[in-house]
Write a protein that binds this ligand. Structure first.
Ligand SMILES: Nc1ncnc2c1ncn2[C@@H]1O[C@H](COP(=O)(O)OP(=O)(O)OP(=O)(O)O)[C@@H](O)[C@H]1O
Ligand SMILES: [Mg+2]
Length: 330
């Protein structure tokens, strides 16, 4: 059901998680678990639901064009699908925009010497570079330019420094301009109705361990709340219990003989593949359970299946958007 536009506000779809009710979502997780796929899929889902959505690539990987089926994506956002705008983060462009908006400096092509001075300060003071990135995203929320801003964030190690930047600077500088600049950002980031962290993992040992560690760190070092976790690339259940009994019979010598007659050849490869799929599914269940226990009851754990025939990255993201919509009831 498409939401109805009212005075520039969207009537957000009712869903079991408040994911689509947020205005700013940071997507993170271990490298390669599907952060970009999930970010793009969530943006597609939101845009399909009628929400004007900004999708920002903060990790500088340059993967967006293939996932969005678009041309190059730069700092200046552009509409790549209906209601879906995409941009790629660029610290120098963010600094230029900041100086223009907040310091009323004229827009210039390059800010060479200033950028060098900035680099010098940024290297000396923690959080200065990060605040430009986080600040740009918070600014889009503050100005109500979009219904939802989704950030394909850096992998687990770096995301905390981005989210904690306003807090770090706030503690460092107690008065003056910087303080007034970080206060409103902190208000946005700390408001759990507005901002949420979405952690993506796959049902394997390391991604789950890293996610649990990240969630603990985010809780301790930032004011941003966890909105949900996505378990991506979950193997489907191959057999129900009754089918598993049949499978066991097929694996006996007698069963193999019968199968060989029907298949006109050895069934070993087929049976091995099925056995492997069952094993993977079983071990993933253990990792999913571990994640669920670590999260507690209040945080939703969304399962996205492994698509064995993903097609292009754009096609995969579209399929994942459908699966995500089913999971959150949107
Ligand atoms: N549900 C899925 N089913 C099948 N393949 C998937 C699924 N989700 C992601 N993939 C595949 O997994 C790979 C990694 O996905 P993606 O690029 O989104 O991960 P990432 O976390 O953004 O990686 P990086 O840390 O390098 O930025 C890609 O090849 C993608 O096509
Ligand atoms: Mg990525």
């Amino acid at each position: 059901m498409a939401p109805i536009e009212r005075d520039g506000e969207v009537d957000r779809p009712a869903c079991t998680t408040s994911l689509l009710n947020k205005q700013l979502v940071f997507v993170t997780g271990k490298g390669g678990v599907g952060k970009t796929t999930i970010s793009v899929a969530l943006a597609m889902l939101a845009a399909r639901k009628g929400m004007k959505t900004l999708l920002c690539e903060a990790d500088g990987s340059g993967d967006f064009p293939s996932y969005l089926g678009s041309g190059p994506i730069k700092y200046k956002e552009r509409e790549v699908l209906e209601r879906l705008y995409a941009m790629s983060m660029d610290t120098e462009a963010a600094l230029r925009e900041y100086l223009h908006i907040f310091m009323h400096m004229p827009v210039v092509g390059r800010i060479g010497p200033l950028a060098s001075a900035f680099d010098f300060v940024a290297s000396a003071a923690p959080g200065v570079k990060e605040i430009l990135i986080t600040g740009k995203l918070c600014y889009e929320v503050r100005e109500h330019n979009y219904d939802l801003v989704i950030v394909d964030s850096a992998a687990t190690g770096h995301v905390i420094s981005h989210l904690a930047a306003p807090q770090v600077l706030n503690n460092l500088v107690q008065v003056g301009l910087i303080r007034s600049q970080t206060g409103w950002m902190l208000d946005i980031l700390s408001n759990h109705e507005i901002t949420g962290l979405l952690v993506v993992a796959t049902p394997e040992e390391m991604p789950v361990s890293e996610s649990i560690e990240l969630i603990g760190k985010a809780e301790k070092e930032t004011t941003v709340g966890l909105v949900a976790t996505v378990m991506n690339r979950v193997f489907p259940e191959l057999f129900v219990q009754s089918e598993e009994d049949i499978f066991k019979k097929l694996c006996t010598d007698h069963g193999r003989e019968k199968l060989a007659q029907v298949l006109n050849g050895g069934p070993d490869t087929l049976l091995e593949a099925a056995r492997m799929a069952v094993e993977i599914r079983r071990s993933s269940t253990l990792h999913i359970d571990r994640m669920r226990q670590a999260l507690g009851r209040d945080v939703p754990l969304l399962n996205i299946p492994y698509f064995f025939d993903p097609g292009t990255p754009y096609e995969l993201a579209s399929k994942v958007a459908g699966a995500l919509g089913d999971e959150i009831g949107a």
